[in-house]
Design a protein around this ligand. Structure first.
Ligand code: AMP
Ligand code: MG
Length: 398
């Protein structure tokens, strides 16, 4: 019996929980999901400092009109001036340097004429209190929220965290994944195929999709032999969080060795009412989650997007688990057979902005999917979509 697509996806998501939280250095935190709010222990900026290269001055000194000031010191970045300004005194100050005790404003160097012989300076600008000074805590005060739990960390946020003196954060790390490819007919594209052999082409796709989701991956090949697949699955289950196989779950009887090995574990081999990617397996092998994808390259990608991606997102703490769709308008009529299955159609955005099919999915080739920008799911009972209809599309390759 075929399981409706949405039911199978729900079943997968129910079987996945959010992975463990780890404390990682910022260098390892890009794209991770923050677990728990981050609060700063410091004011930002840490101290009053100059926004310009120029002179630290007392604005009250300018009440009596233009005059000459005595330069009594320098405050540069990392080297504060430890003196104090008295009446008629100014200090040179550089961008980012701490303000000088007694000063209340900065005049940019562009508005000054310095006399190096006498150590004096004259200005063409009249300062107001606070000019060109960045105040301590004006961006964030200590005790304030820096980043909220659930934030997807990006390089900008890494800079924000570092600037607040935060060197490590609690994040949900993506799962580690083993990819198990099965098929005695498969050879590497680095060798000449013998009689009946074909080039293996699923691993690079699945591995790259997983790596883009931040997962560390390893790849294992197995012969179509029940015992060796069982042994390989058992061994992998203690070293990775998720095992994803391709091939061996269709209806080939003894030839589908993975299907036969699966019965030894808590794995269900099912037929999902979808096209392509009808054969599928899901469950647990020991402590690892298990996904048995079909073998056909076109099916692998659709199965991955339908089940693996939402599961990995949920495991990694990314919300929503099912990626958001985008809206588009079809530029062509679409239809599918009344076969009780949801149909996945690779779609391209045309020059006029409307969406047209990138070609039929041939399950044994990924070519039309590779040309696509998004997948359109036509439900089992939605046999026809006319040109000009607004539809929901699932973007590919993110
Ligand atoms: P299976 O379900 O194992 O019978 O696989 C279905 C079809 O996909 C067969 O024609 C296989 O040769 C093909 N296939 C399985 N795995 C791969 C792979 N890793 N790369 C390319 N084709 C594959
Ligand atoms: Mg096979």
């Amino acid at each position: 019996m075929m399981i409706p697509f949405a039911d199978m996806r729900d079943r997968v998501l129910e079987g996945v929980s959010v992975g463990p939280v780890n404390r990682v250095d910022l260098a390892d935190a890009d794209r991770r999901i923050l677990s728990g709010d981050v609060v700063t222990r410091y004011d930002f900026p840490l101290f009053d400092n100059s926004a310009m290269d120029g002179f630290a001055v007392r604005s009250a000194d300018f009440d009596g009109g233009p005059r000459r000031f005595r330069v009594v010191g320098v405050s540069s970045a990392g080297h504060p001036f430890d003196g104090e300004l008295g009446p008629g005194e100014v200090a040179r100050i550089l961008t980012g340097a701490p303000t000088v005790v007694g000063c209340d404003s900065v005049i940019p160097v562009e508005a000054s004429t310095f006399d190096p012989v006498n150590g004096t300076v004259e200005f063409t600008a009249i300062p107001s209190p606070g000019d060109h000074i960045r105040r301590r805590g004006e961006i964030l005060e200590s005790g304030s929220l820096v980043l909220a739990s659930g934030t997807v960390i990006n390089p900008g946020y890494l800079g924000v965290l570092a600037a607040h003196g935060i060197a490590a954060v609690d994040v949900v790390s993506p799962p580690t994944v083993a990819i198990l490819s099965t098929g005695d007919e498969l050879v590497s594209s680095k060798v000449e195929p013998g009689p009946g052999q074909i080039f293996e082409s699923n691993i690079v796709v699945v591995e790259t999709l997983l790596n883009r989701l931040g997962c560390a991956t390893r790849v294992v090949h197995a012969r179509d032999d029940r015992e060796s697949i069982e042994a390989t699955l058992s061994e992998l289950s203690s070293s990775v969080d998720i095992i994803i196989s391709t091939g061996g779950v269709s209806m080939g009887g003894d030839y589908d060795a993975l299907r036969n090995a699966a019965v030894d574990f808590d794995v269900e081999v099912v037929q999902v009412a979808m096209k392509p990617a009808k054969p599928f397996a899901f469950g647990r092998v020991g402590d690892a989650l298990f996904f048995g994808l079909p073998g056909n390259p076109g099916s692998v990608l659709v199965s991955f997007e339908s089940f693996v991606r939402p599961a990995v997102r949920k495991w990694s703490g990314i919300a929503p688990s099912i990626p958001a769709t985008v809206r588009g308008v079809t530029g062509t009529d679409l239809s599918h057979a009344d076969d009780g299955k949801a149909h996945f159609i690779p779609m391209q955005r045309g020059a006029d902005g409307s969406w047209v099919t990138a070609g039929a999915i041939r399950s044994h080739s990924i070519d039309s999917i590779a040309d696509a920008d998004a997948l359109l799911r036509m439900e089992a009972d939605q046999l026809f979509v006319s040109s000009g209809t607004e539809v929901e599309l699932s973007p590919l390759w993110d």
